[in-house]
Design a protein around this ligand. Structure first.
Ligand SMILES: *[C@@H]1O[C@H](CO)[C@@H](O)[C@H](O)[C@H]1NC(C)=O
Ligand SMILES: *[C@@H]1O[C@H](CO)[C@@H](O)[C@H](O)[C@H]1NC(C)=O
Ligand SMILES: *[C@@H]1O[C@H](CO)[C@@H](O)[C@H](O)[C@H]1NC(C)=O
Length: 372
């Protein structure tokens, strides 16, 4: 996995050569992860799936529906694309699948979901005892579908992946639609020479479907070890950052970057070991993803006592500039924080914001040495 464009750092990930005894999952869609193979007609009551094992490769519990394109509910057409199928998780409904993984390896799960009539929708994604409750009430696309991610470290070679809707709506059918569930092995990025930050170029991250144009939302994550965006934490109550690919966006460097879509309601940060009293330089690209997010975009960057507002005049057609922030460390651990100064909206009413990429931190040697 080598990626480099122009002045960006080339990152070589050395893959483990030890062959796993059982073939673990490969990156991409899980078996029947798109639900194109559905239950037999006899296992459906209208749309409700009646049998625990009716959907091939999956096990279900509770009120689960199998929804095809064009399905109507309360005069609202559910946003299932033409020729496609999805499942809907009602109150307390679960879908789960047993997956073969490699022990002690990190994986990220990507899935696509659309909320329907419920108010505060959230999904509990879990593997064994690890879980994450992913808020899905904010919609960041005009189609209504968003992709979300979550990561875990495999403790066994065979684990159950579950997605559970713990909602309690009056109408049991008011749950989120789910489709396209995929997995990707995460490589914990090592430090590369010339950068004290890990995964500063965001080349390691969750799976993005090759034909999905809206990127992947990375939910709040207060621990970097299990982050689907290795090295980085996302601080927020319910808001996210968006992981974007060069295939569908303007990306300043390499194949991937991060768009800060939630204004000051969300911050992306990394903690790095520093020496108190020593000077450092944080530098990064600020740009726009060529998605029509135009206007004056501002990124607030923080490190130790320093704070900097980086202005970037976006025409919404792609572009970027380099910014740098010098600071003196005060502690043996310094937090490097990025935040969009404002909310921004595209013409279609969806949220957008500045793009960040190729973040680097280096020690700088004091230029003025007062000799007594
Ligand atoms: C199908 O659902 C309806 C409405 O919930 C219920 O009245 C009926 O008994 C169900 N049929 C079967 C075969 O379970
Ligand atoms: C999420 O699901 C896991 C696994 O079933 C469970 O242990 C955990 O308590 C759930 N968390 C919440 C907040 O519902
Ligand atoms: C950082 O400093 C604190 C006390 O100031 C100390 O407890 C901690 O062990 C130090 N951490 C490292 C990584 O040196």
């Amino acid at each position: 996995m080598t990626k480099s464009i122009g002045r960006c750092v080339v990152v070589l990930l050395l893959l483990s050569t030890a062959a796993p005894a059982v073939l673990a999952v490969i990156d991409g869609l899980l078996p029947n992860g798109d639900f194109e193979r559905g239950p037999p007609e006899s296992d459906l009551n209208d749309t409700r799936v009646m049998g625990r094992y009716s959907i091939p490769e999956w096990e279900i519990e509770g009120f689960v529906e199998y929804i095809g394109s064009g399905h109507m509910q309360d005069d609202m057409i559910l946003p299932v694309p033409e020729g496609d199928h999805a499942v809907r998780l009602g109150n307390d409904a679960t879908i789960r699948q047993k997956i073969s993984v490699t022990r002690r390896t990190y994986y990220s799960i990507t899935f696509t979901a659309a909320r329907s009539c419920a108010q505060a929708e959230a999904l509990n994604v879990s593997v064994e005892a690890d879980f994450g409750v992913l808020p899905i009430q904010t919609v960041y696309t005009s189609s209504g579908w968003n992709s979300y991610c979550w990561a875990f470290k495999a403790k066994h070679s065979s684990v159950w992946l579950s997605i559970h809707n713990h909602g309690h709506e009056e109408n049991p059918a008011c749950g989120p639609l789910i489709d396209f569930i995929a997995i990707k092995t995460l490589h914990q990025p090592h430090l590369v020479k010339g950068n004290m930050l890990r995964n500063g170029d965001f080349e390691e991250g969750p799976y993005i479907f090759p034909d999905v144009p809206w990127g992947v939302l990375v939910p709040p994550m207060s621990e970097d070890l299990h982050s689907p965006l290795p090295g980085w934490m996302i601080m927020s109550d319910t808001k996210v950052v968006k992981y974007i690919d060069a295939k569908h966006h303007a990306v300043p460097c390499g194949g991937y970057a991060v768009e800060l879509v939630a204004g000051r309601e969300c911050a992306m940060l990394q903690e790095v070991k520093t020496v108190p009293g020593r000077s450092y330089r944080l530098s990064f690209f600020v740009g726009d993803g060529n998605t029509g997010c135009h206007g004056p975009l501002v990124v607030d960057a923080y490190a130790a006592r320093e704070m900097m507002k980086v202005q970037y005049e976006s025409r919404g057609t792609g572009g970027h500039r380099r910014a740098q922030l010098d600071f003196v460390a005060e502690e043996n651990v310094t937090r490097v924080v990025f935040q969009s100064n404002n909310h921004h909206m595209k013409h279609d009413g969806t949220l957008c914001g500045p793009v960040i990429d190729d973040v680097s931190l280096v020690p700088v040697h004091a230029q003025r040495h007062p000799h007594p």
